[in-house]
Ligand binder design. Structure first.
Ligand SMILES: Nc1nc2c(ncn2[C@@H]2O[C@H](COP(=O)(O)OP(=O)(O)O)[C@@H](O)[C@H]2O)c(=O)[nH]1
Ligand SMILES: [Mg+2]
Length: 455
């Protein structure tokens, strides 16, 4: 089954879920209304009961039984007083009711006190265990929700604009003519799916629309969305978004990319994640070009409470890497993150610098680096793609980290990366805070982009 079909099913399920939620809410409202009515009735009944009780009490003499009764009454009077949240008559009356039934239970307890106590203790323990389990489950659910909420919020700008643009295009649809395909091409280019892809895609769509003889708006829209998703799906075959971890010894992850894209920030965020997963993390400040860059990574190391290897400004980056990988091996670190400088003024320089670092790494750990993550700033659109091509030519990039997705309306870049670079996006940056980094789920993202358009 193709991705488009999966998305179609998902879209249908989402719709059903929404409708179900709405009916549930309606039912809940109705229930609340009727229980309010019930409560009122109970209130009346209880008042009658209470009157009866009072009548009984006053009519009987001052015997021992009555003494108990009064004591009990006093104690649950105190109970209800101490319970701050009890502030309406209904609740008070219910408490009184409970008091009365407790009193009946008490007489049972007196006949087999030890057995009852044991049973009660066991019950309490079980209840506590159940409560704990429920709390844990709730926490997990909340965490998941928060994560996808953050993802949703961070991406809402991309989604609305990409979706809106396509929507506008379809809304203006008159007929399948050259003007329509010109508009489609413009829309795709504006959304940063990449120039080549925009042109290719439009050509393929022209064919497909003809082939399927789509004429009305809905048919054409469906053909186009399906084709885009299919192309995206095919381009992403055997892409893994997992970070490749070493089987033994330290995993070395090299971060490359031009200045200002967010390498140092991403290392700070990722180090925190791995540290919280119980990993022993080491940072290497191999961007020695500016003192500020070393200080910035040092700040993150302090904040994340992880170790760092650094030297003075302008020292040889490979010397920093050497010291770091040595330390990582000797002292059993799990992960080593290497921050690098992103000077691009000369491709040969860049290539030399990166290959020197790699040589130093492989001498200590033959499989290292286990990942070379290229950091790209999503707000720079087509520019980011050009950078990516250059880095791909100079070094073996294994994955992409796409930052600043919170600040861009150009979500189409994700399609372009997959179609033109054939590199998996592994993480996305959704803000400047330590928690603003999410694992990337490509299908979730693309589903989000097209969600409103799938018919
Ligand atoms: N809004 C936003 N800002 C980011 C993100 N990632 C990094 N930044 C900011 O981008 C700027 C450059 O980041 P930095 O890590 O120094 O880039 P580097 O030169 O590649 O190391 C800093 O101000 C970061 O706070 C992100 O995902 N969203
Ligand atoms: Mg930096």
């Amino acid at each position: 089954m193709g991705l488009f079909d999966i998305f179609k099913r998902r879209s249908k399920k989402d719709k059903e879920k929404r409708e179900q939620q709405e009916t549930n809410e309606e039912q809940e409202n109705k229930k609340q209304e009727s229980s309010l009515n019930d409560n009122n009735q109970e209130l009346n009944n209880d008042n009658e009961d209470k009157n009866d009780l009072n009548a009984n009490e006053s009519s009987s003499g001052n015997n021992v039984k009555d003494g108990n009764l009064n004591q009990n009454d006093d104690s649950h009077l105190d109970d209800s007083k101490s319970n701050n949240s009890v502030n309406n008559d209904t609740d008070n009356l219910e408490n009184n009711d409970k008091g009365i039934s407790e009193r009946v239970d008490n007489s049972d307890i007196q006949s087999h006190p030890e057995e009852q106590e044991q049973e009660q203790e066991q019950e309490q323990e079980q209840e506590q265990e159940q409560e704990q389990e429920q709390e844990q489950e709730q926490e997990q659910e909340q965490e998941q929700e928060q994560n996808s909420d953050k993802f949703e919020k961070g991406l809402s700008k991309s989604r609305s604009t990409f979706g809106e643009k396509l929507n506008r295009l379809f809304a203006n649809f008159r007929s399948v003519d050259e003007d329509f395909f010109d508009d489609l091409e413009d829309t795709l280019i504006e959304s940063d799916v990449g120039f080549d892809m925009a042109v290719n895609l439009t050509d393929q769509l022209r064919e497909e629309v003809k082939l399927q003889n789509a004429k009305n708006r809905e048919d054409v829209q469906n053909v186009i969305i399906q084709k885009m998703i299919d192309i995206y799906d095919q381009a992403g075959n055997d892409e893994s978004t997992e970070i490749n971890m070493a089987e033994n010894g330290p995993t070395v992850i090299l971060f490359v990319g031009v200045n200002g894209v967010g390498k140092t920030t991403t290392i700070g965020k990722m180090a925190d994640k791995y540290k919280n997963d119980g990993k022993k993390v080491l940072l290497a400040a191999a961007d020695t070009f500016r003192a500020g860059a070393i200080e910035q990574l040092d700040e993150w190391a302090k904040r994340d409470q992880v170790d760092i290897v650094k030297k003075t400004e302008k020292s040889d980056p490979s010397a920093v890497v050497y010291e770091a990988v040595h330390k990582a091996k000797e002292e059993d670190y799990d992960v080593l993150f290497v921050d690098t400088a992103g000077r691009l003024q000369n491709k040969v320089n860049l290539m030399n610098e990166l290959s020197k670092m790699k040589k130093v790494l492989t001498r200590e750990i033959p499989e290292a680096p286990h990942e070379v993550l290229l950091v790209l700033d999503a707000t720079t659109g087509q520019n980011a793609l050009n950078q990516a091509k250059l880095f791909k030519e100079t070094t073996d990039v294994t994955g992409i980290i796409l930052t600043k997705l919170d600040g861009t309306a150009k979500g189409g870049i994700v399609l372009a990366i997959r179609n033109e670079l054939h590199l998996p996006v592994k993480y996305v940056g959704l803000g400047e805070k330590v928690s603003d980094l999410s694992k990337f789920d490509a299908n979730d993202y693309v589903y989000g982009l097209f969600k409103g358009l799938i018919k």
